[in-house]
Design a protein around this ligand. Structure first.
Ligand code: S3P
Length: 175
């Protein structure tokens, strides 16, 4: 476990657009550091016993955001966990404040073209259903970058996941 976490008892949160690799990187970091891993979407699906797609379809986005808010605030109340937050979680001011107070936040930044490649076949992202993926991602990025850029650490994750992991580990351990 990195020193600073054992001292401050903080979580590590991962933020970024859909497809930026938060869950994959988070799981690896958790394994490496012997910490628990949580993914806010997975927790939402467990609690509601419904898929994210179905929640959007049956109840709409505002209802999803309400549950997301509760789930993310609860997860951030934990200690020494790695938490992958859904791409839109940072739109909620309470979540943003909690990220700041209770976690060391890492933004995984990925080029838009790369994100489009990664997301063009996704069926798990209700916001990307029946839309032009490029213009949707452009809009989401435009509206969210101000919040993503407030992270404690910004790491590019355009290609090699092992490189990304190495950079994060070095930053965390030697900071
Ligand atoms: C969303 C991102 C998704 C999920 C939901 C909405 C968003 O999570 O929470 O589909 O608003 O960007 P991932 O970022 O883990 O894909």
């Amino acid at each position: 476990m990195p020193d600073y976490i054992s001292i401050k008892k903080k979580n590590i949160s991962l933020i970024g657009l859909m497809g930026s690799g938060k869950s994959m990187i988070g799981k690896h970091l958790a394994k490496e550091f012997g910490m628990k891993f949580y993914d806010s979407d997975v927790e939402i699906e467990k609690i509601t016993k419904k898929s994210i797609n179905l929640i959007f379809e049956e109840y709409g986005e505002p209802y999803f955001r309400e549950i997301e808010s509760k789930v993310c605030l609860n997860l951030l109340n934990e200690k020494n966990c790695i938490i992958s937050l859904g791409g839109g979680a940072i739109l909620d001011k309470k979540i943003r404040n909690k990220i700041k107070s209770d976690s060391y936040c890492i933004y995984l930044k990925v080029k838009i073209d790369e994100l489009i490649q990664r997301l063009k076949k996704t069926t798990r992202r209700p916001l990307l259903k029946n839309v032009n993926i490029k213009s949707k991602i452009d809009t989401l990025y435009k509206n969210r970058k101000i919040y993503y850029n407030k992270a404690n650490l910004i790491i590019e994750n355009n290609g090699n996941k092992n490189e990304t992991l190495d950079i994060i580990k070095k930053k965390l351990i030697f900071r």
